[in-house]
Design a protein around this ligand. Structure first.
Ligand code: GLP
Length: 241
């Protein structure tokens, strides 16, 4: 696992955007696995800037997002579909039909998980998977559990995640209790993985991800197995390392 220490959020966002831009330049039809949360926003801004400067084009890029809240429509302003349009897709030349995200309104959970696994398979797998990390070490919505999940599944969110994400909703009660998420198996199958982390809140999770035992209780620790995983984190997130 490669660890890149950035001095602050701005620098980490720039480094992450540079890594993703390089992937797009090397392979213009790359499959990007994308993440939500506040941390990747600066990375997306860096990509938008490079697009506007004419350095990269998303016209052939394909994407598969990690996760989506169950029960939120794609036009709900807290859905991850909305987040992606707002923070990246609406500002670059990506084709909407080349973007993929689990359908939070699917009626049948099992079928939706199966459908999404097929989507990723038909894309030929993910070239570069961007990840944030939860305070409890979750990636996507793979919460601490007794076992790692392989493919897409419907997961019950932990109280800690609901509380952490409540800041985006009117109250914690409004945060969906379930989500669809790619499993750790799919994440691990990406050709390369890029995890971004910022702030003291993430220091414990980052320490355990890098130095702790590989355990489903800290889902991100599975990245120790990945042959091409990079963590770009700021001083605060790396303060326990
Ligand atoms: C959500 C997302 C994760 C993200 C996490 C941390 O739970 N499902 O993919 O990594 O939030 O978000 P933030 O970057 O806002 O701390």
């Amino acid at each position: 696992m490669r660890v890149i220490r950035a001095k602050d959020y701005e620098e980490l966002s720039d480094i992450a955007a540079r890594i993703i831009a390089a992937q797009i330049i090397l392979k213009p039809n790359a499959v990007l696995g994308l993440a939500t949360g506040s941390t990747p926003i600066g990375t997306y801004q860096g990509l938008i800037r490079r697009f506007k400067d004419g350095k990269i084009s998303f016209s052939n890029v394909r994407t598969a997002n990690l996760d989506e809240y169950k029960g939120l429509r794609a036009d709900h302003d807290q859905s991850y579909a909305y987040f992606m349009r707002d923070n990246l897709f609406d500002h670059v030349d990506i084709k909407p039909e080349n973007t993929n995200i689990p359908n939070g309104m699917a009626e049948n959970d099992a079928k939706e998980c199966e459908r999404y696994d097929c989507v990723v398979k038909e894309l030929g797998g993910v070239d570069l998977q961007l990840l944030g990390i939860g305070k409890n070490g979750h990636i996507g919505f793979n919460e601490p559990a007794d076992a790692f999940q392989n493919g897409t599944y419907c997961v019950k969110l932990t109280d800690s995640t609901i509380q952490a994400n409540a800041r985006f909703f009117a109250s914690a009660d409004e945060v969906p209790k379930y989500a669809f998420s790619m499993g750790c198996g799919t994440i691990l199958a990406a050709k390369s993985v890029l995890l971004v982390a910022s702030g003291k809140d993430k220091a414990d999770a980052i320490y355990k991800t890098i130095h702790g035992p590989i355990t489903p209780q800290v889902p991100a620790s599975i990245l120790q197995f990945h042959p091409d995983a990079t963590i770009v984190a700021d001083e605060e997130a790396l303060s326990l390392c």
